[in-house]
Design a protein around this ligand. Structure first.
Ligand SMILES: [Zn+2]
Length: 169
């Protein structure tokens, strides 16, 4: 009957059967709490370390920006109807931003491939290929005329995805 033992989960405090608990760092944690903690850790890595922001958050911000821009344009058009399409419009053309991986980010990738058992030259080549593919992604998004800000986000998201991907050796 020893398997029938029950313990309290150190996170939620619920009493559960031994089989539904894991023992981590000498304390009990139930399976749902463990999954939740893993998710938190993953989110932390994505959002804080890799700089990826939640898409819902960003879309809200984009909507707000678009609405503000429209309000401003409407106001300007009512005040100075002739300005439309003039120099002021041209000035707003965004300058190209170059999206790149920092040295540390490349290190993260390099270590990942070393950790997967790749020899150094191959890990290095893999990192170079990724840098190239990210560059191509940016080019493609520019062709689609996405806003630079959005391209930046897609770039970070793609990079994060590559970092998190479990890969075959
Ligand atoms: Zn729990």
């Amino acid at each position: 009957m020893s398997l029938q033992k029950e313990y309290a989960c150190s996170e939620c405090g619920k009493i559960k059967n031994r089989k539904k608990l894991r023992n981590i760092n000498k304390s009990w944690i139930c399976i749902p709490c463990q999954a939740e903690k893993r998710k938190e850790k993953r989110d932390y890595l994505l959002h804080e370390v890799l700089g990826v922001r939640r898409r819902s958050e960003l879309e809200k911000e984009w909507r707000r920006n678009r609405a503000e821009k429209k309000k401003l344009m409407d106001l300007r058009n009512t005040l100075h109807p002739k300005i439309k399409g003039s120099r002021e419009e041209m000035k707003k053309t965004p300058k190209s931003i170059y999206f790149y991986l920092t040295f540390t980010e490349k290190q993260v990738l390099f270590k990942k491939y070393i950790g997967l058992g790749l020899p150094e030259e191959l890990a290095d080549k893999r990192v170079k290929d990724i840098v190239k593919s990210l560059h191509e992604l940016v080019e493609k998004l520019r062709e689609k005329r996405l806003e630079e800000k959005e391209i930046g986000v897609r770039f970070r998201e793609e990079f994060a995805k590559i970092c998190m991907q479990p890969e075959a050796k």
